[in-house]
Design a protein around this ligand. Structure first.
Ligand SMILES: *Cc1c(COP(=O)(O)O)cnc(C)c1O
Length: 403
């Protein structure tokens, strides 16, 4: 074969490998409509929103519009939205900002054992600086018991922070009940809704939420932009100091293209939400049922129904999650084991361990998270290749032959 032929046959092979992206909990593709409006705010309307001239005023107008679009998605008022540099920063601002603003009241935080590291590591940091943190347990489905929240509140409690939807196993928490308990006791309630905004309906008033984190790149917007909703009247100290931006809650020249892109993504998500949610639930359930039917000794991780519409997380016993991922990648399927943040480390997921999943089973977890572009054919393809990959890997596994 000459060089050209080799190249041609390689191209052919690439074309024939189907590509299926099933890692939407790690990040989502940016929608073309979002890219389009962002480029306008880089190439044409590039003013600084703080400038008084027309370039600046136009940028300010666009930021204000995006603030309304995001507020609408969660039932908030535009003045209650603070733009941040992503979901992680929003979580940091919520927790550190409330702890500092409420230092006179106390220094106790209540959270759960299955939070994203943006919350857990922030709490651990604050513990080193004198805060007390209660890490509530979860049941085998990954649910927090609102009764445990009630019992954990003390006169020193300044914040309850429990996520809306878990990024690994998809379990949706009883946010409204937890919020009601916190409010009744005069304690602020924050929820990391990064996986939930744009996926399931959220109404901050109806759900008794005082602070809520969201992120652009988990909802078909750009990376490096997020929001913190802060209920009107709630005082929060800034984490990043500088100018008077974002009503003195987050200094720094606004990321105008990111903000405008997130606004657009929020608007589009809101319009499509009911239909997309139904479609994702359909695909998710086909995926879960198909795997459980066709592969023996599989455990579904997370609650069967109180779960994010796009999340499928299974432990395929006797198989390492990592080898599963590599084999799936070879046939064009992008999945994950645990979360994007813990993959690469050999530690089993803190979420699965908190749910009481034994170490050896936690190691075999496989997360597939669907998105708006996935189809029934994608699910068919997974069902076509996954059982044989599982069979092959099990035959190689010393645990399996012994067991
Ligand atoms: C992705 C994610 C974050 C972090 O958001 P970034 O914008 O990537 O910083 C926080 N919490 C949850 C639940 C997430 O899934």
């Amino acid at each position: 074969m000459c060089a050209n032929e080799v190249r041609a046959s390689k191209m052919e092979r690439n074309e024939t490998v189907r590509k299926v992206y099933l890692d939407h909990a790690a990040t989502t593709p940016v929608r073309p409509e979002v890219v389009e409006i962002m480029s306008e705010y880089m190439l044409e309307v590039y003013g600084n929103p703080s400038s008084v001239h027309s370039f600046g005023r136009e940028a300010r107008k666009a930021v204000d519009k995006a603030r309304e679009q995001v507020a609408n998605l969660i039932g908030a008022g535009p003045e209650e939205i603070v733009f941040t540099g992503g979901g992680t920063e929003a979580d940091n601002l919520a927790i550190k900002g409330i702890v500092e603003a409420q230092a006179k009241k106390g220094n106790h935080i209540i959270t759960s054992a299955i939070e994203h590291h943006a919350v857990l590591h922030t709490c651990e940091y604050l513990e080193k600086h004198g805060c007390k943190v209660t890490y509530l347990p979860v049941d085998s489905d990954g649910l927090v018991d609102p009764g445990d929240v009630k019992k954990a509140i003390t006169p020193q409690t300044v914040l309850v922070t429990i996520m809306t939807g878990n990024n690994e196993v998809g379990t949706i928490q009883p946010v409204k009940e937890i919020g009601a308990i916190a409010r009744e006791r005069g304690v602020l309630f924050h929820t990391d809704a990064v996986q939930a905004t744009g996926q399931i309906p959220i109404d901050v008033r109806e759900m008794n939420i005082d602070l809520l984190s969201g992120s652009g790149h988990k909802m078909y917007g750009p990376k490096g932009i997020g929001i913190l909703y802060v209920r009107k009247g709630v005082k929060i100290s800034p984490v990043i100091h500088g100018g008077a931006h974002e009503r003195r809650r987050r200094a720094g020249t606004e990321n105008v293209p990111g903000i405008v892109g997130l606004g657009k993504a929020a608007e589009l998500s809101m319009a499509e939400l009911p239909e997309r949610q139904a479609n994702l639930v359909h695909l998710r359930d086909r995926l879960i049922d198909g795997i459980v039917e066709r592969i023996s000794e599989v455990k579904l991780n997370g609650h069967r129904t109180r779960r994010l519409p796009n999340n499928c997380n299974v432990s395929i016993k006797y198989i390492e999650g990592e080898s599963m991922l590599l084999n799936l990648d070879m046939v064009g399927i992008a999945a994950s084991s645990g979360s994007a943040c813990t993959s690469g480390s050999l530690e089993p997921s803190h979420v699965l361990l908190a749910m009481g999943v034994p170490h050896e089973i936690a190691h075999g977890s496989l997360r597939m998270t669907l998105g708006r572009q996935n189809t029934d054919e994608d699910v068919d393809y997974v069902m076509q290749v996954l059982p044989s990959i599982a069979k092959k890997l099990r035959e190689m596994s010393p645990l399996y032959s012994r067991g």
